[in-house]
Design a protein around this ligand. Structure first.
Ligand SMILES: Nc1ncnc2c1ncn2[C@@H]1O[C@H](COP(=O)(O)OP(=O)(O)O)[C@@H](O)[C@H]1O
Ligand SMILES: [Mg+2]
Length: 317
């Protein structure tokens, strides 16, 4: 059963000439990080807001772990779904701790349980609680505010998190740091994440799979590696800018581009990389070590291999 499933979902706003989201069908598996990518106005935000019922589809159905979300009360549904938006949406008159505690409060957690959870979450997003707990949002940088926004979204331990261009207003360097943070959190917590972006580099770096939208429709839904090597259309080729190969190799994670482990695989003297490392690092390791492949390691165990031939396939398209 998929974590999230869209079945022929459309939304036409009143008076609009055409649907903002047009007959979208796709499934997201539990623990996947899916980036919804497409130009401004293509329907990304509209699609996302239907998942937590801020908007209702005019046609079709959406399922969360197999249940039609129409059958759930909207306020209950929203407690099961974390939501992070661009301007963090923090309450300015509440401290960091109070902002993070919004959902635990709704869930009627005890004071001590809430406090422990808040500190744990601030720790998790790399904001030492002693230092940040009692600050107000205006006393934080933009990047720190987004970290608090992420902590708040995680507070009720939701299985699904929706993120709408959460780092869109953040400078490039902080943005990369926050993206790495999301990858770290994701490998630690295994949430299902729908992440809206119009930034191709961000999508290639973060996504397990990228759902590409054009004028309200899903035009291709695949791994970054497959999208780059087998784009379905010129629109996608242009969107991804498939000729800057060095850049792409440095954005693609080996965990997303690896092949299955061969039978009877022995780590022995093989060069190794973590699943989060880039294909560019894999290439340089292969060239340096003289091996013809690197083993990809996740939680101390080999999970796949990336061969020179595989990297060449990405380069020679
Ligand atoms: N509340 C709304 N009422 C009417 N039209 C809307 C509303 N929200 C978005 N739209 C329209 O729907 C289309 C998709 O918008 P949106 O989902 O915000 O795109 P994106 O997030 O990809 O930039 C746009 O044409 C936009 O003008
Ligand atoms: Mg948007």
């Amino acid at each position: 059963m998929s974590a999230i499933a869209f079945d022929q979902v459309s939304l036409r706003f009143p008076g609009a000439a055409r649907p903002a989201v047009n007959s979208c069908t796709f499934q997201v598996e539990a623990g996947e990080l899916v980036v919804i990518l497409g130009p401004s106005g293509c329907g990304k935000t509209t699609l996302l807001k239907m998942v937590n019922r801020l908007y209702e589809p005019t046609q079709g159905s959406i399922f969360l772990s197999g249940s039609n979300i129409q059958k759930l009360k909207a306020f209950k549904l929203r407690r099961q779904i974390g939501y992070v938006i661009q301007q963090s949406g923090l309450f300015p008159h509440m401290t960091v701790a109070e902002n993070v505690a919004v959902v635990p409060k709704l869930l009627d957690w005890s004071r001590s349980k809430t406090q422990m959870r808040v500190d744990e979450l601030l720790q998790l997003v790399a904001l030492p609680p002693q230092e940040y707990r009692d600050r107000y949002p205006s006393q934080l940088s933009g990047g720190q505010q987004q970290r608090v926004g992420v902590a708040r979204a995680l507070a009720g331990d939701p299985q699904v998190i929706l993120m709408d261009e959460p780092f869109g207003a953040i400078d490039a360097i902080t943005r990369t740091a926050l993206q790495n943070e999301i990858l770290r959190l994701q490998s630690q917590l295994q949430k299902t994440i729908l992440f809206v972006s119009h930034d191709v580099d961000e999508a290639l770096r973060l996504a397990d799979r990228i759902l590409i939208m054009q004028a309200g429709q899903v035009v291709q839904f695949d791994t970054p590696f497959n999208l780059l090597t087998q784009p379905d259309s010129d629109f996608i080729r242009n969107l991804l800018g498939t000729d800057d190969i060095v850049r792409q190799l440095s954005l693609l994670r080996v965990g997303n581009a690896m092949s299955d482990l061969p039978e009877a695989f022995y780590l022995d003297n093989q060069p190794q990389l973590s699943a989060q490392a880039s294909l560019r690092e894999a290439l340089s390791l292969i060239l340096k070590s003289g091996a013809d492949q690197v083993a990809v390691i996740e939680r101390d165990r080999p999970v796949g291999v990336v061969s020179l031939a595989r990297i060449q396939a990405a380069v020679r398209r």
